[in-house]
Design a protein around this ligand. Structure first.
Ligand code: SF4
Ligand code: F3S
Length: 110
């Protein structure tokens, strides 16, 4: 079992999740974070910390594409262990639908 970051993280990227993860298994892209499925210990503490409610357990139905996306980019993006500065317009993107199709960027954070 693992947890996965999903659509509403995109361009919100609040990063509160990073601060609470005991094993530092978040990886940072330009527009969102992902969780490394082999490093996540399923503790669940990040899920309620995300203001965008973007983190879901893999027991939730219809999460396959997000699990695959997290696994793919966790291998490509750099590890993040401390909360950075959230995007200035994060709140404006909170709740916008289908951000993966419209504003997701596949590049690493830096
Ligand atoms: Fe980290 Fe726990 Fe969240 Fe997994 S469930 S990403 S180990 S805080
Ligand atoms: Fe994203 Fe939520 Fe973390 S918006 S960066 S999953 S706190």
């Amino acid at each position: 079992m693992t947890y996965a970051v999903t659509d509403n993280c995109i361009r919100c990227k609040y990063m509160d999740c990073v601060e609470v993860c005991p094993v530092d298994c978040f990886y940072e892209g330009e527009t969102m974070l992902v969780i490394h499925p082999d490093e996540c210990i399923d503790c669940g503490v990040c899920e309620p910390e995300c203001p965008a409610e973007a983190i879901k357990p893999d027991t939730q139905p219809d999460l396959e594409s997000w699990l695959a996306l997290n696994a793919k980019y966790a291998k490509e993006w750099p590890n993040i262990t401390a909360k950075g500065t959230q995007p200035a317009d994060a709140k404006e993107w909170d709740g916008v639908a289908d951000k993966l199709q419209t504003v997701f960027k596949p590049g690493a954070a830096r």
